[in-house]
Write a protein that binds this ligand. Structure first.
Ligand SMILES: [Zn+2]
Length: 288
């Protein structure tokens, strides 16, 4: 199987993006992989610290291995928003393909210091590292009923990104360009600051750029961001909404149903539909 780096490079060269899809239970995981299989698309599976503590790091690795072997799809596993060196190390030791160290809330010097530690540990083991500079709004995926205000100071400063990349040598950089975790209640988030993305790209050269909070982002912005060099986009909220919404609806209208393989089936189809649409939007179909 070709490496994740191979696919990211290909995405960068051919202007498509690889989707990163979060899961915290086996039905969601199956839905994501099934959409990848149908579209012949490389897939990055993601677990945040919370998701991986619920699911289990070793369990996630074991299932990645089983599914890779069974369907032969390039499926990769990433620890999303690891907050400490210790937890990131646990994910690497468990067998994750990639780790995202999120030191964005730390002062830049400290962020750089710990990221360097992560890169040193990861690189020897063939694991890719994503770093983050600038703050991406919000703690968790949810629906915001009021307009989400982005503080200009939280956006990634191109000069900081340049220094961070030079000193840490991470493989990927998560940028804050108006994106945030969660979705506005309207379903459509504010536009991305593509001017800032362009300026960052000029400073960081071939570093792979990653966009978090892809749920709810206007589709034209996604397409433009891919043209400007974004080669990984994270989707979580839309999958959670489709999965939980359908599950709730099904259980409410089928009060007698108690068999998980029955009530989880519609939730799986809904989650799979979200991933299917993203794969088509990202242009990653038939790229394996
Ligand atoms: Zn994120």
């Amino acid at each position: 199987m070709k490496t994740l780096k191979h696919y990211l490079k290909r995405a960068q060269e051919e202007s498509f993006t690889i989707g990163h899809y979060n899961f915290s239970d086996f039905t969601q995981l199956k839905a994501i992989v099934s959409a990848g299989e149908k579209n012949k698309s490389p897939i990055i599976l993601g677990t945040s610290e919370g998701e991986s503590k619920f699911f289990g790091l070793e369990e996630a690795v074991a299932l990645r291995n089983v599914l890779r072997k069974k369907i032969g799809l390039p499926i990769f596993l990433n620890l999303d928003h690891g907050k400490s060196f210790e937890y990131v190390k646990e994910a690497i030791d468990a067998g994750y393909d990639m780790v995202h160290f999120d030191g964005s809330k730390m002062p830049l010097d400290e962020n750089i210091k710990i990221t360097k530690q992560v890169v040193k540990y990861a690189r020897r083991r063939g694991v890719l590292v994503e770093g983050e500079v600038g703050k991406i709004g919000n703690e968790s995926s949810k629906l915001y009923s009021e307009k989400f205000i982005i503080d200009e100071n939280d956006l990634t400063k191109p000069d900081d990104a340049e220094r961070y990349i030079k000193e840490t040598k991470v493989d990927l950089l998560a940028v804050s360009i108006g994106n945030f975790h969660g979705i506005e209640i309207s379903g459509i988030d504010p536009n991305l600051r593509l001017d800032i993305l362009k300026a960052i790209k000029e400073k960081v050269g071939k570093t792979f750029l990653s966009l978090h909070g892809g749920s709810g982002t206007p589709e034209d912005d996604i397409k433009d961001a891919i043209k400007l060099g974004i080669c990984k986009i994270n989707i979580n909220t839309e999958i959670r909404l489709a999965f939980s919404g359908n599950l709730r609806k099904f259980l409410n209208s089928n009060m007698e149903e108690i068999a998980p393989y029955n009530y989880l089936a519609t939730a799986k189809i809904a989650a799979e539909g979200v991933v299917d649409r993203k794969i088509k939007l990202f242009g990653s179909a038939n790229k394996i």
